[in-house]
Design a protein around this ligand. Structure first.
Ligand code: B4P
Length: 197
């Protein structure tokens, strides 16, 4: 087998419900700390709009239904993106992943161990408001009322157990995501400092 070039990578998983602000905060972390930001949502949207193949259509349909796309697709995209990252990056922010327990297990077995999980905590009413606001201009197939409800269900059923799995390992850093973008970033910086960044 090919040697695993990623096994010593410094990996932080970034989780939170849809609209909790994880993508927004990851961009701020990247600008300040130089970590490499990989959003599985962004990778999938880029893959899905690239062509009109059956696979692209299948990805778009899953996102439009607020469901998860197949694990292998996400894992392949992540692996390629991590291998293509510039060398010497202090670490990876893996945003929106793992969204189900199998994704966590496969990532850690095949790619790299997870050091910590940053979890953005916010109630559904607030997340929904943010997503509907974004939906006014985003053009995203999933920023509408019906899909948002489905995304919340997917989060509770499949992603919650991932957070619990890492809580048992003492790896979860919980961040109150209810404040303004700058307020949340202040809290986040304190947590990152504790993690040694
Ligand atoms: P994502 O792209 O991850 O979508 P998301 O959960 O909505 O998060 P996002 O990062 O975009 O939004 P954010 O909270 O930052 O996933 C989309 C879909 O892709 C999934 O439903 C699934 O189908 C598929 N998918 C992705 N990853 C997958 C995986 N691993 N496995 C299988 N399928 C996968 O921000 C939301 C809005 O809030 C923004 O408009 C932002 O400006 C605003 N906002 C942020 N912070 C704010 C604040 N503090 N105050 C006010 N507004 C704020």
């Amino acid at each position: 087998a090919e040697p695993n070039k990623l096994k010593n990578a410094n990996v932080l998983f970034v989780l939170g419900g849809p609209g909790s602000g994880k993508g927004t905060q990851c961009e701020k972390i990247t600008a300040t700390y130089g970590l490499t930001h990989l959003s599985t949502g962004d990778l999938l949207r880029a893959a899905a709009t690239a062509g009109a193949t059956e696979r692209d259509k299948m990805l778009r349909a899953a996102m439009e239904r607020g469901e998860l796309v197949p694990l292998e697709v996400v894992l392949d995209l992540l692996r390629s993106a991590m291998l293509a990252a510039p060398p010497g990056s202090p670490g990876f922010l893996v945003d929106g992943y793992p969204r189900e327990l199998d994704q966590a297990v496969r990532f850690e077995a095949d790619l790299a161990p997870c050091r910590s999980v940053l979890f953005f905590n916010l109630d559904e009413a607030a997340m929904k408001l943010r997503l509907l606001k974004r939906g006014e201009t985003s053009g995203r197939v999933d920023d509408n009322e019906a899909t948002i409800v489905k995304r919340f269900q997917t989060f509770q059923k499949l992603t919650r157990p991932v957070v619990e799995h890492y809580e048992k390992q003492g790896k979860v850093v919980k961040i109150d995501a209810s404040g303004s973008v700058d307020e949340v970033f202040q809290l986040l910086q304190k947590s990152l400092q504790k993690l040694g960044f």
